[in-house]
Design a protein around this ligand. Structure first.
Ligand code: NDP
Ligand code: MG
Length: 390
């Protein structure tokens, strides 16, 4: 039996992970499940899977969680510190699927116990990729990608030498506004941005797909994960979301990973790695699909892609600033404080403002420094939002 913990169990990735675990309950000993607002779901899953402990990030919901777990034998806890502590509970395999920078500290704690970390939380790689990878190395931990594009690249690289890799191409569907007239983008509503053409995901990543901030983060994630230079990373618009990534080698070969847009593939690959096991995902009928389309990304429609290149050029803690500004701008859009196209302005302004404050972006990458700059960048982004609103 493998001991597994799922961080962000109540979310879209978390629920897909539990779907796979539930299919082979005798194979897994569930240690910890975490959630935030949805304590009813968290309690239901913790009881059904006989978890040792269930933790909500939201301390005001601890009483509700306790009440829902009464008599079950499942321990209850709350707060971000309790989540980090739970990441230190011995487990063989840990899913990191909290959304946002809140996933960084638990991910670090998980790596420090030398487990296999299935990493869906791309924000932690964007904020502190070098730190995560170094921590994993120091403790003999393994980090496996769960983001579909990075899982695809990882699979295309099995048995290959990195020095034969010329380029990595990650695909993007183009999100909700791929074909919208540019002049209508500033009026895009929350409901319109929350509707992905191909993938069924959490709301935040769905909006990030419409703005292309998701792909911008994934470009940085690619650099961190595979240690390639920014010049080697390309983004390709592929509306069908079936080719997830391609790796180009020095002999001209392109290895493409093709599969249905179902996160249970990438999650299952990370769960069973290094073996492949049967997964409950659709088998593609390519003759029925008929064609795959591609086009170049458009930097005018999606300024996020250009900003990602700037972040990689600035280096240091620029990724943490970028992520914090993006999360704050997204909160602003969700709350109705700024329009859709203003999100990229806020992120660009915050990066400039933080870069102008000598020493911040160049500080050494420690967890404390990353969390500190995350806090400062959120404040700067909030100020930029207020300035625009006022
Ligand atoms: P969801 O919004 O569906 O789920 C997020 C999870 O995090 C929930 O369990 C939520 O709890 C919990 N959570 C929210 N805020 C906090 C917090 N402050 N502290 C601790 N836990 C918190 O997100 P997704 O499942 O879509 O995405 C999760 C991660 O995976 C993200 O980093 C995303 O970028 C990445 N990812 C997702 C993909 C997808 O298909 N969904 C694809 C590739 C990557 P609750 O719901 O109880 O409030
Ligand atoms: Mg992805």
């Amino acid at each position: 039996m493998r001991r597994v913990s799922i961080f962000g169990a109540t979310g879209s990735i978390g629920q897909n992970t539990l779907d796979l675990i539930r299919r082979a309950p005798d194979d897994y000993d569930v240690v910890a499940l975490t959630g935030a607002s949805n304590v009813a779901q968290l309690a239901r899953d913790a009881i059904a899977l006989r978890a040792d402990i269930a933790i909500t990030a939201d301390e005001t919901r601890l009483d509700d969680l306790r009440a829902a777990l009464i008599g079950s034998g499942v321990e209850a806890a709350a707060g971000s510190r309790a989540i980090v502590e739970a990441a230190s509970r011995p487990a063989d395999w840990i899913m990191s699927a909290i959304v946002g920078a809140a996933g960084l500290a638990p991910g670090m704690a998980a790596l420090a116990q030398g487990c296999t970390l299935a990493l869906a939380n791309k924000e932690s790689l964007v904020c502190a990729g070098a730190l995560l990878i170094q921590t994993g190395r120091e403790h003999g931990a393994t980090i496996l990608p769960v983001d579909s594009e990075h899982s695809a690249v990882f699979q295309a690289l099995v048995g290959e030498q990195m020095d034969a890799v010329e380029r990595i191409i990650i695909t993007a569907s183009g999100g909700a506004f791929r074909d919208w007239p540019l002049e209508e983008l500033p009026q895009a509503t929350l409901a319109q941005a929350s509707n992905h053409p191909n993938w069924d995901m959490g709301q935040r990543i769905t909006i990030d797909s419409a703005s292309m901030f998701n792909k911008a983060m994934e470009v940085i994630e690619t650099r961190e994960f595979f240690n390639v230079s920014p010049r080697q990373i390309e983004v390709l618009i592929h509306p069908q979301s079936m080719i997830h990534a391609l790796v180009g080698f020095n002999d001209g070969a392109l290895m493409a990973h093709v599969g249905p847009p179902d996160m249970r593939h990438a999650i299952g690959y990370a769960l069973h790695h290094p073996h492949r096991q049967k997964l409950p995902v659709e088998r593609l009928d390519l003759a029925a699909i008929g064609r795959f389309d591609f086009r170049a990304p458009d930097d005018v429609r999606w300024p996020a892609l250009r900003i990602a290149r700037e972040v990689m050029a600035r280096r240091g803690l620029a990724g943490a600033v970028f992520n914090a500004a993006k999360e704050t701008a997204l909160d602003g859009f969700i709350a109705g404080a700024i329009g859709f196209t203003r999100m990229s302005d806020i992120v660009a302004e915050t990066l400039d403002a933080m870069d102008a404050q000598a020493g911040h972006i160049d500080a050494t990458m420690t967890l404390d420094n990353v969390l500190n700059i995350d806090h400062l960048a959120r404040k700067a982004a909030q100020a930029a939002i207020l300035k625009r609103a006022g």
